[in-house]
Design a protein around this ligand. Sequence first.
Ligand code: ADP
Ligand code: ZN
Ligand code: ZN
Length: 722
Amino acid sequence: MSRKTVLHIALKVPFAPFLDYLLPDAFCQPPVGARVLVTLGKRTAAVGVVVGVSKESKHKKLKTIERVLDEVALLPEELLALLNKTANYYHAPLGEVIHMALPKWFRQVQNKSVPKQFWWKTSATWEEAASLTKRSIHQQTVFQYLLQNQPLTSKEINHVCNNASQQLKQLEKKGLVVSSELCFIDNQVVRKPEFVLTADQDHALKSVSQTSGFNSFLVDGITGSGKTEIYIRLIQQQIQQQSQVLVMVPEIGLTPQLFNEISERITGRLAVLHSGLSDGARARVWEQARHGQVDVVVATRSGIFTPFKQLALIVVDEEHDLSYKQQDGIRYSARDLALLRGKLQDVPVVLGSATPSMESFALAAKGQHQWLRLRTRTNRKPLPQTVLQNTNQLTLKHGLTHDSLAQIKRHLSQGQQVLVFLNRRGWSPKWLCQDCGWIAQCDACDAYLTYHKHSDRLTCHHCDRRYGTPEFCPDCGSQDTDVLGVGTERVAAGLSDHFKDHSILRFDRDTIKSANDWQQHLDVVRRGEPCVIVGTQMLAKGHDFPKLSLVVVVNVDNSFYSSDFRATEHLAQLLIQVSGRAGRAETRGEVIIQTQNPGHEFFTLLLKKGYQHFAEVQLEERTAMGFPPASHMAIIHAQHRNEAQLMQQLEPLAQAQLGHPDVSVLGPIPAPMQRKQNMHRMQVIINANSRKALHQFLFQAQSCLPDRLQWIVDVDPILLDS
Ligand code: ADP
Ligand code: ZN
Ligand code: ZN
């Protein structure tokens, strides 16, 4: 009898890192990292990945695998090592981690080969295109969309024009666009910069390029100090050595911009990777990176798991950005995994930001990151001028002070554009009884309802339940009920009324539902006529509006009352990001912050002394309070329909602390939002002196939680409630 071969197969199951299966005698043994098809449970076909081979198993009755899907490993050894570490670090089952990292295409039960993709890019200027496409509005639309979002697959253009591929062919015939199957081989015409590097840039560039092996760097440079220029030169150096670079960016919206900047300046094959691509296109980029057919991959969060043939450098732009942290499923931080990956593969990692996270600051201060500071703006333009507007005791009109309105008017009359930023959509965040103070709440969540005038409905922003507006107060019967506070819808409507001769554009999730909406809105802004943009978070970063000279920030005060110790850090980063939108224009930018707390120490620090100083004080406070980055934190979030049962099932955790002197456990306590979608929510906050102690505690904690309880663990949480 032949000796049996047992394969350890990682599958998407919550209860074990892998399951054992037998290799049928007739099959060739698949390598570790290859996919196989197995039956899970009675009948379910599932794709799994071989993570180990052995001669025996603890289990008696083993099923055999059905098919081998890859002859060579789809997941190279280094990537498997990263996934293993990820599973350990975030206390998640290996199979689920692998499943999350694999592009959907490779998780299909029908093993189809990865489809070809054609990537389109413009090869002419808009002026050239306009004169050659005079008679076709469709071609113009497609060209323009491509110009601003390239490179794109024709599928990604379909939504702006029905027969995009036809139009693309026409444009190609006219020599206005080019397509390539292999992502992008960049043309030989490379734009050479006409400037010399600043001393800071030069130092930063040399520091990174002189290292070999793993080293981490924090490029800490104000907006416009030339960080991107450093990335570009580092990338170019790697390409010349036939090595590959992974560039991480926080959001899809930012990929085309950085991509264009890079592609104009280097001779190499580039690819973008983000969740907006089709499954096939994502799988294609994976393959190309794995086979060394692209030199640079510009990717969002999940791109951190891209396999490379010859990875030599990882760049994480805007490293402080919250979108690097996955907020559902396995809560990994792509920034932190970049550092881990750099260590595992022994390659340098460059983190860049104008407003570094406290975590990165702390590491830089300890010397664990080399701290590369860029303190001069390359264009020598001053940073925008910021003033605080005290909104106490002032009557606001459309949410704005009299002064803000006057300033908006002045900028518009000078032909400039204005951004009014507030992080609240809808007409009004509350609906209130004037007589007894009752406020409309969601039936399923502990949350106030937002009034949307357009639909004349009260909406819960946490579960999307909708309600009619009440005719009288359910508590006291009064008919005197009304809205309270302002959201983007109300501010925009008020401004339209106030500035009848100018367009008012609203950028929020209610007005921007597709990439096409985005484009149409952006086109209006880019035409450059004076206008007011009212927008949420969506607009805070990345986008260059050359005519924008004034930013008004409405309602920042919630952050001062937040229970989250990171609230002011996030506010500081946001304010600097938003301010950065003003003053790319010829005139010096201005920023107005409307607040009820103009005397708050926060403003004194941030506005008078700058982010760096703010960060130092923040770090001291965190150290004094024993919060991250001075400590190591994890949160166990649990939910249940029944509050008492939830409490009871979490009880063992309170006991688990015994025997872990380096760990302090807070809870179980109610989550900041106690009830969401009719589920009761509690959390246990674990704060430890050392990472080791934190992990030891988490291992033990997991083993004492009941199987049926719905819970997740968030290691290094960046939001206390989510
Ligand atoms: P950041 O990424 O720090 O915001 P960028 O790298 O985008 O800054 O640089 C801002 C602008 O300055 C870009 O247009 C860039 O081409 C230009 N630039 C970069 N370095 C220099 C330099 N040393 N001298 C002059 N201009 C520069
Ligand atoms: Zn009432
Ligand atoms: Zn709700």
